[in-house]
Design a protein around this ligand. Structure first.
Ligand SMILES: Nc1ncnc2c1ncn2[C@@H]1O[C@H](COP(=O)(O)OP(=O)(O)O)[C@@H](O)[C@H]1O
Ligand SMILES: [Mg+2]
Length: 253
């Protein structure tokens, strides 16, 4: 239902001599996401997960390759056009809006202001108390609260393809498992193709396929069992114990 073909995202940055330097953040990714499946994307910080998620939503514009959604080439479509086709994205760092309440956001996403319908989404999310609906979505919200609101607005849109970027970051212990169950239930009940970017094993356990990103490439696609040894092998910066007498910046004693 979603196909990435030779997808590349490069940026130009200034090096220390103020010369332009091109860096490839996503390096030619090819992958087909199947309808109604649950995908977990993981990988070290800076490996390109958020960049990839934003490329699918159209927030980042690719510098090479193509994206197909339900066999239609959406490479040049705007965020709004992609949203109309049924793609929804839940930000890793959601925006806050002064003067807007959770109720307003939910009403925009679900296109209804019917009290019972809004409350049913809040209950489905396990958000309590129900008075949370009238909370302002401003700087006073905690990190976990804003993530719950972001998730609720994505779910309220009933997307065909839902992308959640680290939905569990900052979420309390009592909400993580219900959140995993909720996203799995949405996928099963509504055939929602679901992509969750996360470091949390609970999401890996309910995923049909795990993708591991490293350095802008997919370095693994498959089940959890075979992913585990790869995940255990990501040594930070490749630091390793020094051999006898060795002097190398990457080794330690
Ligand atoms: N527009 C940009 N300009 C320069 N560097 C960027 C840009 N977008 C992302 N990056 C860099 O690309 C790398 C991957 O970022 P990101 O996709 O956010 O990683 P993560 O896997 O942690 O979500 C990071 O090193 C980030 O700083
Ligand atoms: Mg990220």
């Amino acid at each position: 239902m979603l196909e990435l073909k030779d997808l590349v995202f490069s940026v130009n940055i200034k090096d220390e001599k103020n010369n332009d330097q091109k860096i490839d953040i996503i390096k030619g990714i090819n992958f087909k996401f199947e309808k109604g499946k649950f995908y977990a994307i993981t990988g070290p910080n800076g490996s390109g997960k958020t960049t990839l998620a934003k490329l699918i939503m159209g927030i980042n514009r690719q510098t090479g390759g193509n994206i197909f959604f339900e066999d239609k080439d959406i490479t040049e479509l705007s965020i709004t056009e992609r949203a109309k086709l049924g793609i929804s994205y839940s930000f890793q760092h959601p925006a806050r809006f002064k003067g807007i309440t959770f109720r307003d956001l939910l009403a925009i996403s679900s296109q209804t202001d019917d009290e019972e319908k809004l409350l049913s989404i809040v209950r489905r999310m396990g958000i309590c108390p129900l008075s949370f609906l009238d909370k302002p979505v401003d700087a006073t919200l905690s990190g976990g609260e804003i993530k719950k609101i972001e998730l609720a607005t994505t779910i309220a849109r009933n997307p065909k393809l839902a992308i959640y970027d680290e939905p569990d970051t900052g979420i309390d212990l009592w909400t993580i498992m219900p959140m995993v169950t909720l996203l799995k239930k949405e996928q099963k009940d509504k055939d929602t193709t679901t992509i969750v970017v996360s470091h949390n094993k609970s999401f890996f356990e309910v995923a049909d396929t795990i993708l591991i990103l490293n350095g802008g490439n997919i370095v693994y696609k498959g089940n959890l069992e075979k992913a585990l040894p790869i995940l255990a092998d990501f040594r930070i910066c490749n630091f390793r114990p020094c051999k006898k007498g060795e002097k190398d910046a990457r080794c330690y004693r």
